[in-house]
Design a protein around this ligand. Structure first.
Ligand code: FAD
Ligand code: EPU
Length: 339
């Protein structure tokens, strides 16, 4: 555990933004973290917990302490004939956990294959893809309260999960360092292949009877075909959430835009509409503005063509929000955490 000052975060965020942290420390064990925070030296500083840096945008340098979570490991904490309880330490790469489950034919997280980032951030926005969300398999998490320096347990209800939301993204933001998550996976998997292109990809791959592995492979295939790889092109996945609008507003919009797609939302009497469609209709898809742009295959993904600053990407996001609001009267909100 070594404290660094004026540390470049460029290689630690998938947008590749060259922001600097006033202070930076990497934590490898819970004991390390508690020893570090017990000193109280950094109590007056604001703090940012950093995982894989795949869901945040540094709009400026960070004038505080960045705590990089690298506490790794996976263990089985409980097992019966039907289920297995897996505890993953927060610094474990999420996709490694998925691959471990897939290799053992345990169902539940195969649709969440290839989501970048670390396990500790997964509850933060209740990661989701292809009809599955973390909350569907989540049991509990352990988190270090940065004020009391004590470990607290959060059960499912305590996390207040929603669509790309949790208590940690809202009222408890940067107050807890999540150190482990426990998930309950199914030894007799129930498959969820109705969403998007999974079914057709399985058919294309000649799969008649899906398995945890063949679904994971299909999801990886679909994602790789449309989402830019951050190692090649800086991005943080979907920049905005898909808006959930009242049914009545949707029906009004549909009169003008009959092709406007819709999905079942998480709020009663609302429908979810794809932000990617709205952004594309406003003419942003594939457009490059300076060093930034909206991706050519997925309009919802904003990209850094190499030398963009966080502020430039933020400005592009603001312009997109304004044009979608003007054309459709719908307000987009960022999914990415703005720092
Ligand atoms: P970071 O970006 O490091 O942090 C994200 C937020 O969580 C920050 O506010 C941070 O302070 C906080 N945080 C991180 N770790 C902890 C911790 N241990 N304790 C407390 N707070 C913490 N997301 C989806 O939901 N579905 C997708 O399909 C999806 N696809 C993506 C595709 C691409 C190409 C990319 C680049 C991103 C995608 N994302 C997706 C977004 C991202 O991968 C997830 O949000 C992921 O969980 C972020 O993990 P991370 O470790 O990189 O978090
Ligand atoms: N669409 C367009 N143009 C585009 C992109 C999308 O018209 O450029 C429309 C199409 O109608 C398409 C629909 O949007 O059918 C949905 O697109 P897609 O299947 O690519 O999914 P998404 O709604 O854009 C969401 C999540 C992704 C997740 C996928 C798959 C959000 C904000 N994003 O994207 O999550 O992987 O579904 O489940 O909910 C992320 O959170 O970072 C992320 C990538």
């Amino acid at each position: 555990m070594q404290l660094e000052e004026n540390k470049s975060l460029k290689s630690l965020n998938t947008f590749g933004i060259d922001a600097f942290a006033k202070y930076f420390v990497e934590i490898n064990t819970i004991a390390d973290a508690q020893t570090f925070f017990a000193e109280k030296k950094f109590d007056p500083e604001k703090k940012l917990i950093l995982g894989g840096g795949s869901n945040l945008l540094f709009t400026k340098n960070y004038d505080g302490l960045v705590v990089k979570n690298s506490i790794e490991g996976i263990e089985i904490t409980k097992e019966d004939d039907n289920h297995v309880w897996l505890k993953a330490k927060a610094g474990t790469i999420w996709h490694q956990l998925v691959l471990y489950a897939v290799a053992n034919n345990w169902g539940g997280i195969e649709n969440l294959s290839l989501i970048p980032g670390l396990c500790g951030a997964a509850p933060m926005q209740n990661i989701g893809a292809y009809g599955v969300e973390l909350k569907d398999v989540f049991i509990s998490l352990e988190a270090l309260n940065l004020e009391s320096n004590q470990i607290q347990i959060f059960n499912h209800a305590d996390c207040e999960f929603g669509y790309r939301e949790s208590v940690f993204k809202n009222k408890f933001k940067n107050q807890f360092l999540i150190v482990s998550i426990t998930l309950k996976l199914n030894k007799k998997p129930v498959y969820n292949i109705s969403y998007g292109a999974i079914q057709t990809t399985l058919e294309h791959n000649g799969i008649m009877e899906p398995t945890v592995k063949s679904i994971s492979d299909a999801v990886i295939q679909i994602r790789s075909s449309k989402l830019p790889n951050p190692a090649e092109l800086g991005n943080a996945g979907s920049f905005f959430k898909n808006p959930e609008i009242p049914k009545q507003q949707y029906e009004q919009l549909q009169l003008q835009y009959p092709l406007l797609p819709s999905y079942k939302g998480s709020i009663p009497n609302h429908v979810k509409i794809p932000a990617g469609w709205l952004i594309e209709q406003c003419g942003w898809k594939g457009k490059q503005i300076g060093h930034t742009g909206s991706h050519k295959y997925q309009a919802l993904v904003l990209v850094n063509y190499g030398n963009a600053t966080g502020d430039e990407i933020y400005k592009l996001a603001q312009d997109i929000i304004a044009s979608v609001k003007e054309k459709f009267g719908v307000e987009l909100t960022p999914e990415v955490n703005l720092v």
